[in-house]
Ligand binder design. Structure first.
Ligand code: GDP
Ligand code: MG
Length: 312
């Protein structure tokens, strides 16, 4: 994309992806971007950082802001996550409200719809997970949501973040809602997160996939070191070494994470390594350490050090 030859009607702006936890915000962001930028998981409350993904085309540059889902907070980390999602609404040109088309709308959805109604921002609705709606249920599912969205006049797009169906017309509709303007970021930049943040997130994603109950939400990952070296003398092939610490809150969680004879940690490490290799496009050596910090989720200093700051 050549910056100097942008058309006069080039559009640019910020779009917040808003919705209850687990409706598919992060999956949709990856689908719209055409590559993995953020992690997803069947466990709700996966997204902790507000992440910006930058989609640059010949006609527009759209900055997608992935937010933690809006829900009722139970601890300090939860509160920070909700604050972060709410403040994202104040800073964008467009809101993409994501709803779960395959389920009945609930009170959480009504809460968000109300919140958005109080703003004057343009809103587009993505009725996501449409692949999960049986064809003979299409009309009924759409009618359920019409009731929720009545009086709003927000355009509704049915889509599937997993199969990609409906996503290109959604992108077109999003671009049409952006104001005219220049590129806000270099055209080859895809995310505002430093690379090591995504590496840590890929590890956390595997923890979420492989552990149950209280473990997933008590985990944070820090990347201690990323270093590139040549795989063998005289060879040009790159190899990247990644050393990371997985934080948990209790000794028992450390036990679960390591597993019998280290089996669990090995699985997590192997799968995260494969994901990293896709991202880096070279071989990766990954070493994981597990550390217990009691109640890190309720300690302001720990939250700040882990990047879950209180100010944004
Ligand atoms: P978030 O909390 O809103 O960011 O939700 P995620 O993107 O992490 O997705 C939550 C779960 O829903 C994951 O297991 C996804 O694979 C799944 N999911 C997301 N979008 C779709 C979709 O369009 N269809 C189906 N079948 N599953 C989806
Ligand atoms: Mg998410």
């Amino acid at each position: 994309m050549v910056q100097s030859s942008l058309p006069d009607d080039y559009r640019s702006g910020f779009v917040a992806l808003i919705g209850r936890p687990n409706v598919g915000k992060s999956t949709l962001l990856n689908q719209l971007m055409g590559e993995k930028i953020t992690i997803t998981s069947p466990v709700s409350q996966t997204t902790r950082n507000r992440l910006r993904a930058i989609l640059t085309t010949e006609i527009a540059q759209m900055v997608l802001v992935d937010t933690p889902g809006i829900h009722k907070p139970h601890h300090l980390l939860g509160e920070r996550l909700v604050q972060s999602a709410r403040s994202a609404i104040g800073e964008v040109d467009l809101v993409l409200l994501i709803l779960e088309g395959c389920k009945q709308p609930g009170r959480g959805d009504a809460f968000i719809v109300n919140l958005l109604r109080q703003q004057s921002l343009p809103v587009l609705v993505a009725l996501n997970k449409w692949d999960q709606v049986m064809p003979d249920q299409h009309e009924r599912a759409a009618a359920n949501y019409e009731k929720l969205l009545t009086k709003n006049n927000w355009p509704v797009h049915r889509c599937s973040a997993v199969s990609g169906e409906g996503c290109s017309s959604l992108t077109t509709a999003m671009v049409d809602k952006l104001p005219f303007g220049p590129q806000l970021y270099p055209p080859d930049m895809v995310s505002d997160q430093p690379g090591h943040v995504l590496l840590g997130e890929l590890i956390r994603e595997q923890v979420l996939l492989h552990t149950r109950e209280e473990v997933p939400h008590s985990v944070a990952v820090t990347i201690n070191c990323v270093e590139e070296f040549s795989a063998a003398k005289g060879k040009t092939q790159r190899c990247t070494a990644v050393l990371a610490t997985v934080l948990v809150e209790r000794k028992s969680q450390k036990g679960i994470l390591i597993g019998k004879r280290g089996k669990m940690l090995k699985t997590i490490g192997q799968e995260a390594r494969l994901q990293m290799q896709n991202l880096i496009d070279g071989s990766v050596y990954l070493e994981l350490f597990v550390k217990v910090i009691p109640n890190w989720r309720s300690k302001p200093q720990c939250l700040a050090e882990l990047g879950y700051g209180g100010s944004s």
